[in-house]
Design a protein around this ligand. Sequence first.
Ligand SMILES: O=c1ccn([C@@H]2O[C@H](COP(=O)(O)O)[C@@H](O)[C@H]2O)c(=O)[nH]1
Length: 266
Amino acid sequence: MNRQELVQLIRDRRSYLCIGLDTDIHKIPKHLLSHPDPMFAFNKAIIDATKDLCVAYKINTAFYECQGIRGWESLQRTVEYIPKEIFTIADAKRGDIGNTSSYYAKTFYETYGFDSVTVAPYMGHDSVQPFLGFPEKWAIVLGLTSNVGSADFQMQPLKDEKLYEKVIRTCASWGSPDNMMFVVGATQADVVADIRKIVPDHFFLVPGVGAQGGSLKDISEKGMNKEAGLLVNASRAVIYAGNDERFADDAHAAALQLQKEMAGYL
Ligand SMILES: O=c1ccn([C@@H]2O[C@H](COP(=O)(O)O)[C@@H](O)[C@H]2O)c(=O)[nH]1
């Protein structure tokens, strides 16, 4: 999906909601466990209930990889089931020497058909560039993450800026707002306006609303640009809004509440 299409989708749906399919086999409603593929059965119901309210789905690969081959099959069925007009994110946080990164890129863009993959930039330009050479595919680079440990390295002061600022500024020079986004945690709202000055045109993938306590209002008011420029993710707050037979209705209600709030900020 290209940027114009993503921007249009946000306008049409009055939403920049990304729903995180962090599907934990131990948390899904018990009645699904007799299904041949319980993780897919759960995801299918969540997608059916929320697909008109969001513009993206983010599949965190950890929840699938830990199930071995069956988990990868659930992931593949899920990404194939997501309607083609919705942006897909493999949250896999990959990045290695160039030769290996190019195979990570093929894995997520070609084998599984995702629009984007999250990329850890620690290994530098040759580890990120292989994710940038695919038309209408996106590298989503970790900029400033939502977790408390982001203070350990990302917040460290350099000569005249913080490490995360240097990472974002430098990575932006390797790609463009048409093939690169940045992860910026919703819990980092106090600095998001400064990050926006460094990369005015890039999309931010914003995790941390809901279970991690980030404020949708703050991140929207401080991080939005003229095209919205935000994909705000909520995983647990939507997919585990309920845990009985009505779980999909509860997910719909949670997503609707976020979408309505977003419509007010657009
Ligand atoms: O900085 C980051 C980067 C990625 N994540 C991921 O986003 C979701 C958040 O889940 P919630 O249940 O909405 O808290 C999850 O997949 C994380 O691994 C992040 O939280 N922060």
